[in-house]
Design a protein around this ligand. Sequence first.
Ligand code: TXD
Length: 313
Amino acid sequence: MRNKISIVGAGFVGATAAHWCAVKELGDVVLADIVEGMPQGKALDLLEAGPVENYDLNIVGTNDYKDTANSNIVVVTAGLPRKPGMTREDLVNVNGNIIREVVENVVSQSPDAIFILVTNPLDTMVYLAKKVSGLPRERMIGQAGILDSARMRAFIAMELNVSVENTHAFVLGGHGDEMVPLPRYSTVAGIPITELLPADRIEAIVERTRKGGGEIVSLLKKGSAFFAPSAATMQMVEAILKDRKQILPCSVYLEGEYGLEDICFGVPVKLGSAGVEQIIEIELNEDEREALEKSAALIRSSIAALELGGGEQ
Ligand code: TXD
C-alpha cells in the first residue's frame, strides 16, 4: 500500500511540495485548502503530469478535512507569507489563528500521523501546534533549518566554486534573522570552512544566510520563497517515510536540551519512521551559545504574543 501525504495549504509552498512528492514518488497526495476549486485544479494538473513523468499516484485536491483521514504524514503550509519589509514575527496572530484551526482538524482526522509545520513564524507555530494538539514532540516537527542550511550550502559552493554535494552546513536556532549559522561545523569535503575561507568571507556568508528569506521576499515583491522551502520539507517527509535515520536540523520542542525548556527551536535531530528519534546535542563555544540564547529570546517573545488560552497545555 502506498503512503498517504496530506498537504494543507495549496499555495506556493504546498503545491510545490506536492510536485516534489510526485516526482519522487513518495506517496499519494491530498492537497487541501480553504479556497474552493484551487486545490482541486492544482491536484488534477499534477496528476495529468503523471503520464509524462511516469508516476502512478492518486493526487486529489479538496476543501474537506475528511479527505486527509489516515495520512502517514501531514504537512501544514496554510497561512500568510510575509510582504517586503515584514518580519516573520509580524505574522504571529493571523497565522496563529489559522494554525489552531488547521491543527485541530488534521489531528482529529489522522491522530497517528507525523506532522510537519512550515507556516511562519515557524518555531512559534510549532509550539502552538504542539500545545493545541497535545501530541508528543516526536510527531510535531517544524521545517526551517534544512532550508537555512541549504541556503548556506549554496553560498559556500558559490564562494569556493565546488559542488553543492561536497558542502555541509549547520544552521541552528530560530527561523528568524537571529538564526545561528555555525561555520565551525560547516564543511567542504569534510574540511571546516574556517580553514578554507578568510573571516570576512565567512561573515558575509553567515549574513546572507541569515537574511536569505528576506533577500527573496524583496526580489519577488509578492510572496516568499517556495522552491527551496518545499524541497527542504520533502527531505523531512522522505527521511521519515523511508526510516532513513537522517540527521537534519528541525524545529522541535525542547525539554532541557541546549539548556532550553518549553520552547520550539531548531536543533539537529535524527528523523526516522517514529519522527524525531533523537535530539543531538553538539558542543558550542561561548560565542555560539550566546548567539543561540539571543535567538531563543526572540522566539520566547513571539510565543508570549500568542495569548495561549487556558484550555491549551
Ligand atoms: O522554511 C519555512 N518554514 C518557510 C515558511 C519558508 C517559506 C515560506 N514559509 C511560510 O509558509 C510563509 O511565511 C507562510 O506562512 C507559509 C506558506 O507560504 P506560501 O508561500 O505557500 O503562501 P501562499 O502561497 O499564500 O499559500 C498559503 C495557502 C493559501 O493557498 C491559502 O488559501 C491557504 O494557505 N490557507 C489555508 N488553507 C487551509 N486552511 C486555512 N485556514 C487556510 N488559511 C489560508
